[in-house]
Design a protein around this ligand. Structure first.
Ligand SMILES: *Cc1c(COP(=O)(O)O)cnc(C)c1O
Length: 357
């Protein structure tokens, strides 16, 4: 059924093993982030087969989908107070910054007879999650380490998500020194110092990751084979493990300039067009309802994306290398955002290539 998301499990396994080895060589363990593919268990299995033993997601519902897989589970988004029971049930540890939530996790863990791991988040300047003040973090660590049903595992930081701040020796160095200060205060070393996401990969490649950082949470680099500080491709990795296939429902010659008075399009934008004369156009049956406003890239030569509305992808196929007709399928590479959106769309089917079965 079209549209469909084709996922190459063998290529993902390869990417996961490359990332695992790169990290291992610097003494860093990896949690593979599964939100980019809505935590489909078969995809997570391929990543585990690549040698990564910990899975992480922002949504507890996604972690629940992974519950039968043998791997550590890490909850990435600061838990909601209203979901602490679920978090304790489906995650071994979670990222946290709020005392009320940590106390609630402790209470829930007690009721479930479990010990839940806590990583305290420190904000190094990206201004998304995390405690902003060093003394406050140490205080929170002290209080957390006194609870019975949670275990303070470490501290972590997230960068390049909101403020687009790039990790470097200086900001990650601050995290390491804060971990040392925290350890002195609570009287024992922290097991985990979690130094970010796929934007920290370039530091590893250049041998510049501050020593002490021993954990990363990696999604994009595994799924797309790219690091996310500068958007560079990583060598010897696959970049199109996820592809969208869409089917053409109309193929017609039309002018390139719309005719009549210009108002606003279906998404309240005033569009701009360049007059290129009569062009051969096609409509593929997929749209913003499926991939939101994220980027797709045609994998067939000579295809240009003109735009999209909720259910239509409008293409210029004048320079296509073959004569395209209604019913033909086209393949598209996906940005991380498009992948995330497409894998949660009920209108998109999934096809796996390779893997165990
Ligand atoms: C999504 C997320 C990640 C993974 O980021 P990538 O850029 O895909 O590697 C890591 N940490 C947190 C807290 C996240 O929310």
């Amino acid at each position: 059924m079209n549209p469909k998301l084709t996922i190459n499990l063998d290529q993902l396994k390869h990417n996961a093993s490359k990332i695992a080895l790169l990290c291992q060589s610097a003494g860093v363990t990896v949690s593979a982030v599964t939100k980019g593919f809505c935590a489909m268990p078969r995809v997570a299995e391929a990543i585990i087969a690549g040698g990564i033993k910990s899975l992480a997601d922002s949504r507890v519902n996604n972690l629940r989908r992974l519950c039968t897989l043998e791997a550590e589970k890490l909850m990435l988004r600061i838990p909601m107070l209203s979901e602490v029971e679920m978090v304790v049930h489906y995650a071994d540890l979670s990222l946290n910054s709020e005392w009320d939530t940590i106390r609630a996790l402790d209470f829930a863990a007690g009721k479930q007879n479990r010990v839940h791991g806590i990583i305290l988040m420190f904000d190094l300047g990206d201004l998304r999650e995390g405690v902003f003040n060093r003394e406050e973090l140490i205080e929170l660590a002290k209080k957390t380490s006194m609870l019975d049903n949670v275990s303070l595992k470490g501290i972590g930081a997230n960068l390049t998500c909101f403020g687009a701040i790039i990790p470097d020796e200086q900001n990650l160095g601050q995290l390491v020194s804060l971990a040392e200060e925290t350890a002195r205060t609570i009287g024992h070393d922290l097991e985990i110092i979690s130094g970010g996401n796929s934007s920290s990969i370039y530091l590893l490649q250049e041998g510049r990751l501050p020593s002490g950082i021993n954990h990363l949470r990696i999604g994009e680099a595994i799924l797309s084979g790219t690091e996310s500080a500068f958007g560079r491709r990583l060598p010897d990795m696959y970049h199109y493990c996820f592809q969208l296939t869409a089917e053409l429902v109309e193929v017609r010659k039309k002018p390139s300039l719309p005719i009549g008075t210009v108002g606003k399009d279906a998404f309240d934008q005033v569009p701009h067009f360049v007059d290129r004369g009569i062009r051969k156009r096609a409509i593929a049956a997929v749209g913003k309802q499926d991939f939101a406003n994220h980027n797709l890239k045609p994998l067939n030569q000579g295809i240009e994306i003109l735009g999209s509305s909720s259910d239509h992808l409008i293409l210029d196929i004048t320079d296509a290398e073959r004569d395209l007709r209604v019913g033909d399928e086209l393949a598209f590479a996906l940005s991380y955002g498009a992948m995330l959106a497409l894998s949660t769309s009920d209108y998109v089917s999934t096809r796996f290539i390779g893997g165990a079965c």
